[in-house]
Design a protein around this ligand. Structure first.
Ligand SMILES: C[S@@+](CC[C@H](N)C(=O)[O-])C[C@H]1O[C@@H](n2cnc3c(N)ncnc32)[C@H](O)[C@@H]1O
Length: 299
């Protein structure tokens, strides 16, 4: 059953509470990130860096920026950055990190859908999103339509996320979830977990700390599963033209099964050798084009 606008607002609000509850646990493993950033460290992976290209002097909007580590790293690469995230706790940490690292950035605590409808400034040369974003978004068509509206001529959307195929499986690699939930939400009664604690050094290369152990989130969460046709279709329909699309058989930083997944020196987490290779991550870059009707191939 499709949710009403009111239900969707309640889901987003519940997710805000769940994110707020987990931020302290995540950051308890991350030590002094501000100093790491100040001393020239960054948190970006080669996949996004390659797609982003030269950022010197570019205005960049980072959506669902979490605690801003990537946002500040992008500023380090020369961009003038703006980060948006719904979590009060995440934005608080992001502002503190900006101060400690002395890297200038603007951070907004807002629901991305509301922020994009009335952006306080813009347009932007680059809109960036990465690693665990689509799952939180109830409507891709309006998201990409609004992103298109705030791009400068020649502007780009760069996007790296975990692959829909990755989300098909439960913790034991049993096929457990649909490829797409077609806009319907899935309830996660346990809420957002401490995936930073679980992933260890793969997510905290500057020195993982034990931090908070056995975190239990008191706030449940809701997510959305989107297939590739949902994602690319929504972009094309919004008038974004695909320039690059890649799939990768590894996951950057995120390691849901540290007991069996192998992490290499570049912090890529690989499935065990005896499992068939499947895509765990994808990346794309798009630019302004003409809206294209999609879904015409479906009966
Ligand atoms: C997995 S994190 C993204 C991680 C990010 N790539 C980073 O740099 O660490 C997902 C983020 O999405 C945010 N979020 C979820 N729903 C949102 C919404 N409707 N509007 C804005 N932010 C949202 C959460 O607060 C959370 O910080």
């Amino acid at each position: 059953m499709k949710r009403s606008a009111q239900d969707i607002a309640a889901i987003i609000e519940q997710n805000r509470l769940s994110w707020n509850a987990v931020i302290e646990a995540h950051n308890s493993h991350k030590g002094n990130q501000g100093i790491w950033l100040k001393n020239g460290g960054h948190t970006l992976f080669p996949e996004e860096l390659m797609l982003l290209g030269d950022l010197e002097g570019k205005s960049l909007l980072h959506l669902l920026c979490n605690c801003g580590q990537d946002t500040l790293s992008l500023a380090r690469m020369g961009a003038e950055v703006t980060g948006v995230d719904i979590s009060d706790e995440a934005i608080k940490v992001a502002r503190e990190l900006s101060q400690t690292s002395q890297i200038p950035a603007q951070f907004f605590r807002a629901n991305v859908y509301e922020w994009l409808q009335q952006p306080p400034y813009g347009p932007f040369d680059v809109v960036f999103m990465s690693y665990g974003v689509l799952y939180w978004l109830p409507d891709l068509k309006s998201l990409f339509k609004n992103i298109r509206g705030i791009l400068n001529p020649g502007g780009k959307v760069v996007f790296v996320d975990f692959h829909p195929v990755f989300w098909l499986f439960d913790d034991n690699w049993k096929l457990a979830y649909p490829y797409t939930s077609a806009g319907e939400d899935l309830l996660d009664e346990e809420g957002i977990g401490d995936y930073v604690g679980m992933s260890g050094e793969a997510l905290v290369p500057w020195g993982f700390e034990e931090g908070i152990k056995d975190f239990n989130n008191p706030q449940h969460a809701h997510g959305f599963l989107w297939g590739m046709a949902d994602i690319i279709g929504a972009m094309l329909e919004a008038g974004l033209q695909l320039e690059v699309f890649e799939e990768y058989p590894y996951s950057n930083g995120f390691n849901p099964r540290p007991d069996i997944m192998h992490v290499d020196a570049d912090r890529r987490c690989w499935l065990p050798k005896d499992m068939p290779s499947i895509p765990l991550m994808f990346a794309l870059r798009a630019s302004l084009g003409r809206p294209i009707a999609t879904g015409l191939g479906r009966p």
